[in-house]
Design a binder for this molecule. Structure first.
Ligand SMILES: *Cc1c(COP(=O)(O)O)cnc(C)c1O
Length: 371
């Protein structure tokens, strides 16, 4: 047996899950679907024929996503503030669904990467990108942010505009920092490169922002979204990409034929038809995040990074000890302190109010003890 050479030195993605009472490590939604929505989902599932293959391209679900796209993408905006006209003309031909956003990320490197190709990103960022790049024999060029994680727009555009770049991938809000890209920056970037530009908006619903409207103007833009975070379906595996139909047909070409099963499609349709149930929850998470930002910034010895997502990154001396002390209190947050570029960093998912209160107490105590 001899492994594919591309796998040399590769480590499997590790979510670093551990058992605890309060789970604030994976940026999941703290609120499960209400039971009336679960009941509707079960009804919808029971209507499907389990013996038949699912609709391979999930046409009904794609149509639903396309027809409600502005509401799905910008749930925190008041209806009167929503730019519905900017989403006009985005039909199901502009959408592909995947087995989680993760499948679509992999397929991005499969379709547009390959031997001798270069993907450009800014670090720190989501570690799945570099794993997918390696799996698809794609070289990844990482431009580091400065020591306070400020993103330098101009130097990024300068590098992206050289013609050796095949894929540009950026995250907004960024994971694990939490900040968003400026709309005008993305527009300037798109005007300067012919590469595929993938903007990963997995947490976009919490930010009240999206670059999806630029898709009509730029045929090299793809925007990734997922139902895992704001729409509380991490366990179901459903994500989607919005892009020009030419890009979408490429994704349809490389995907596994039935990667989005009939059960996930049924649950996705129910969520799209009941968006109003999710809006107050998303608004609550945003409000709790803003409260948490304020409370965390009052803790001495803790550096807090501004976030427009459902998590907050903090930096402290002795981060690994703090993380362990919190785990001893059965609170799990994400320890990034030994990851590249993330010395001293911990990422905390916004939980329910009582989870956040317990987390703050445990964190403040760990810092006071000087662990
Ligand atoms: C969670 C996440 C995704 C996609 O998650 P799925 O559960 O596979 O939909 C994509 N990008 C980033 C940055 C994420 O954090």
């Amino acid at each position: 047996m001899k492994l594919n050479d591309a796998l040399t030195g590769l480590a499997a993605y590790d979510p670093k899950y551990l058992d605890a009472d309060i789970l604030l490590s994976a940026n999941e939604n703290p609120y499960d679907l209400p039971s009336e929505i679960k009941d509707k989902a079960l009804q919808e599932i029971s209507k499907t024929n389990f013996n038949r293959y699912p609709d391979p391209t999930a046409n009904t679900l794609r149509e639903l996503i396309a027809s409600k796209l502005c509401d799905i993408v910008l749930p925190t905006l008041h209806n009167s503030q929503k730019p519905y006209e900017s989403f006009d003309g985005i039909t199901r031909d502009y959408i592909v669904v995947g087995n989680g956003g993760d499948e679509l990320l992999f397929n991005t490197f499969l379709a547009f990467g390959g031997n001798g190709r270069n993907a450009l990103t800014s670090v720190p960022t989501f570690s799945v990108y570099s794993i997918d790049a390696q799996l698809n024999s794609t070289n990844i060029i990482e431009i580091p942010r400065d020591s306070n994680y400020v993103f330098d727009e101009n130097s990024f555009i300068e590098r992206a505009s050289r013609d050796d770049i095949d894929i540009v991938i950026l995250t907004s809000p960024n994971n694990p920092i939490g900040d968003t890209l400026n709309y005008d920056f993305v527009k300037r970037l798109l005007a300067r490169t012919k590469a595929l530009v993938l903007i990963d908006e997995a947490y976009g619903e919490f930010s009240g922002k999206s670059v999806i409207p630029l898709i009509k103007e730029f045929d090299n833009l793809a925007v990734l979204r997922t139902f895992s975070k704001a729409y509380a379906l991490a366990g179901v595996r459903l994500g989607y990409m919005v892009a020009n139909p030419k890009i979408i047909s490429t994704y349809l070409m490389v995907r596994q034929p039935y990667s989005v099963d009939a059960v996930s499609q049924a649950i996705g349709r129910v969520v799209c038809n009941n968006l109003e149930v999710f809006v107050p929850k998303i608004l609550t998470i945003v409000r709790l995040r803003d409260e948490l930002l304020e409370k965390l910034s009052c803790i001495n010895g803790l550096e807090v990074f501004e976030s427009r997502s459902n998590f907050i990154m903090v930096r402290a001396k002795g981060a690994a000890g703090i993380w362990q002390s919190m785990l001893d209190d059965r609170i799990l947050i994400r320890d990034f302190s030994s990851s590249d570029y993330l010395d001293g960093c911990l990422r905390i998912t916004v939980g329910t109010r009582s989870e956040n209160d317990a987390m703050i107490d445990s964190l403040a105590e760990a810092i006071m003890k000087g662990v």
